[in-house]
Design a binder for this molecule. Structure first.
Ligand code: ARG
Length: 279
């Protein structure tokens, strides 16, 4: 009996090791073998990803991912999850690539590898018309909605709670002690609609998705979120892959370079900025 238990246990352990203990390994080989490239995203971020025709995920990132799938000679499968979920799907190997207007940050680099960058953005503040936000100091004491886990969420939370700079020194946030509050939503649009309900003063999200929300909500306006000294929240988007998947990154970077040289990425942005407004 003891022996049987030992054998079973050894089997379970071997299986665990094989599966990488809760994580699968994505590689160019595994993608080609399965015949599909799995992209994870959160399709509530137009023009980069949004839902069209009821359930089809389209957008700049889907177009880029399609070009990567074509290069690999496989089908593209798109999994639409929460933004947080998309980031996690990469570290656990549930998806091969995350293409979701993801900003490259030092913290995220601990859990995933990034391709070359393909777009830049800044954070925007959406308010009801008639409210002016000149810079971040005007958000003191305000109730702000964000999409959970996004850079807008991280920036505001740091400014409310204080944070550590690169040298490990404690820095006081500009919104600290002001009564400002961050509320996390599943999407920026959901937050904006809750602002309409009177539950928020402002919503912070990346520039193009902010402009999209304002384009379809007559009573709203948006402006760039800058610091008191006028400095910006400049960020850069890249595609994320599982840590160490250099072979796939090389393919992605080649495709991005080609698309960029052909002016395709600008074309995708223009096309989807228009199309997303009439969704
Ligand atoms: N650029 C921001 C970030 O990386 C927001 C991305 C949100 N993307 C999305 N598909 N919902 O945090």
């Amino acid at each position: 009996m003891k022996k049987l238990v030992a054998v079973l246990l050894a089997g379970v352990l071997a299986l665990g090791a094989f599966a990488g203990c809760g994580g699968e390994k994505s590689s160019v080989e595994s993608i080609k073998k399965s015949g599909k490239l799995v992209m994870t995203t959160n399709a509530a971020f137009p023009p980069f990803e949004y839902v069209s025709d009821g359930d089809k995920v389209v957008g700049v990132d889907a177009d880029i991912a399609q070009a990567i799938a074509d290069e690999l000679g496989v089908e593209l499968q798109i999994d639409n999850v929460t933004f947080d979920g998309a980031l996690t799907a990469i570290s656990t190997g549930k998806a091969d690539i995350a293409a979701a207007g993801i900003t490259v940050t030092e913290e995220r680099k601990q859990n995933m590898d990034f391709s070359d960058t393909y777009a830049t953005s800044v954070q925007y503040v959406i308010t009801k018309k008639g409210v002016t936000v000149n810079n971040i100091e005007d958000l003191k004491g305000k109730k702000m909605g964000v999409q959970m886990g996004t850079t807008g969420d991280l920036i505001l939370t740091d400014e409310i709670n204080g944070y550590q700079d690169d040298d490990g020194n404690n820095v006081e946030g500009v919104l600290q002690g002001s009564g400002a509050e961050v509320i996390q939503y599943k999407s920026a649009l959901e937050a904006a609609l809750d602002m309409n309900n009177g539950n928020l003063d402002a919503v912070v999200i990346d520039k193009l998705p902010a402009e999209n929300i304002v384009a379809v909500n007559d009573n709203m306006t948006c402006t760039e979120l800058v610091y008191a000294d006028g400095s910006s929240t400049q960020e850069e988007y890249a595609i994320a892959v599982q840590k160490g998947n250099q072979e796939l990154l090389d393919v992605i970077n080649d495709v991005l370079k080609k698309l960029d040289e052909e002016g395709k990425i600008d074309e995708f942005i223009l096309e989807h900025t228009g199309a997303a407004k009439v969704q």
